[in-house]
Design a protein around this ligand. Sequence first.
Ligand SMILES: *Cc1c(COP(=O)(O)O)cnc(C)c1O
Length: 485
Amino acid sequence: MHNPQYHPDMLLPDSPLQPLLQSTLTHALTYLSPANETSVAATASLQSLRQRLDLPLADDGLPAPQVIDDLVAAVAGGLHKITGGRFYGWVNGGSLPAALAADWLTSAWDQNASLYTVGPAASVVEEVVGAWLKDLLHLPATASFALVTGCQMSHVTCLLAARHSVLARAGWDVEQDGLQGAPRIRILTSSERHGSTVRAIRILGLGEKSIVDLPTDPQGRLLADTLEQHLATEPNTPTIVVLQAGDLNIGAYDDFETLIPIAHRYNAWVHIDGAFGLWAAATPTHRHLMRGAAKADSWATDGHKWLNVPYDCGYAFVADPASHRAALTLQAAYITHDTDARDPIDWNPEWSRRARGFATYAALRQLGRTGVASLIDRCCEHAHALVTRIGNLPGAQVLWEPQINQGLLRFLDPRPNATEADHDAHTIAIIVAIQASGEAFFTGTTWRGRRAMRVSVCNWQTSIADVDRIVQCVAEVLKTNNTQT
Ligand SMILES: *Cc1c(COP(=O)(O)O)cnc(C)c1O
């Protein structure tokens, strides 16, 4: 079976694209080669990157191969090696081989995934991917979904549906009448929520002041009594409760089984931020953390973090497709809806858009169900090993031992009488020194008032050999820095 429109014989040696794409392939393979032992952290300064890149906009264009060669030369040292196994900064995943390749083809095919009639295969692939993801993440099969740019836009998409629903219940049609004069909406969430939920709420026109941050227990979980008290004080205010599946510092999971029924008793909409944490549902080892989460009203997660799909890829899921569709669908005279097909424009905030379903489709086919589970488990094991083994080194302290793939370390200033502020400064200095070694990349955070080094493992490539190598590297950095001070 072959497609007559698409056959390898068509890649004629005299195709004008041949030299360009061939040399681009070489650039990519050189960068991604395990033999590429350049620093994990970018080494080029802001000034040198500007010097190399900020050229006068030319009147005349250049041959494409030269443009690419120049680009590769100009960004040298300005790329963090996120693709390898020793990058643990923020929560940044790698790119699985099949996902990377499908992402290249997405650009080559250049489909516009707005409607089935505009991008037929792209639309069907999204339909399939949506069903696979719900299955894998143990979400209701009846939920609607959208493939968006990231978790940020997933929040926007889900909360648009939430806004529609809570205002409709209050007798208000937000799509027609907007927010001017609408009943006030309040957002109850935890102090550990991610900034992207705040931004989504701003984008939605609800304003940051509609957010009420509630305290958490020592495990970072929203307190049920406090939530119920707040719900009970204003039982008639349209309310959205934003819960957390994996917070950015310690990977904390709210107690969904307890909290969601309470919120629903007060007619609140429950949204879950699971940018990376939703993936715990994909493995039997960690699925218990997600117990009760399937009862929520919407869920936001990423493909470009733990699934290791290239940027930009997030997923939004909504339990009530009618609210989701009502918030986003658009019928215009010149767009042709195929009644049988799924049109992304009905579920997505964008109009023309990248056919980003292909990369997810490829990632899920490369891994399969057990491959996804093993990717998640492996990252958790490596995060645990990194935190506990580094934590055992002299001068290091474990602040949070990972329950999933996130942990926290602190480095103590060895001077007698060192204060907490000294330990903060020392922790920052150690993070900088590790980055300067070129061996690994970690980022810092302030957690419960103290500076800490975050350890986040979400790359398919990280191996035990990487963990050994990083523990060794941190041991040496600590030895040097603790004798200098
Ligand atoms: C990364 C992250 C987000 C934002 O996701 P993007 O994909 O960067 O838009 C939201 N919530 C949490 C917990 C995150 O870790």
